[in-house]
Write a protein of this length. Sequence first.
Length: 133
Amino acid sequence: MRFFSSQTPVLLLCRAALAFSWVYQGAVPKIACQSRGEIELLGHIIPLYQWVCEAVFWMGIAEILFGLLLFVASRAWVFWLNIIVLSGLLLFVALFEPAMFALPFNPLTLNVSLIALSLVALLELKKLKRLYT
């Protein structure tokens, strides 16, 4: 419980929102429902449909674990990694499925929002570090 009491409310909110997003994106469109869009995106780099479905499942597991890590990690590198991964995913979509950027609730709006939350979390971590040093 000490971990949560040493965090600012803003940092806890950022952690919770980021964790929820990663856990949901891993569990629902990749594991529970195996979204056709997820399969099509990965199909650009994996040739066999069965392998794509398997990869999507394991990506879902990885996203859930990463979401949990974002919630509990107390180091800035986790938020920097999140920014790098989200930027890479945006680049991947831009290269292989740029039409997705015209959809409602598209990867651009989602990823930019999550990157902004990561930047807010980094600012809060910096503020905490100044308080305790």
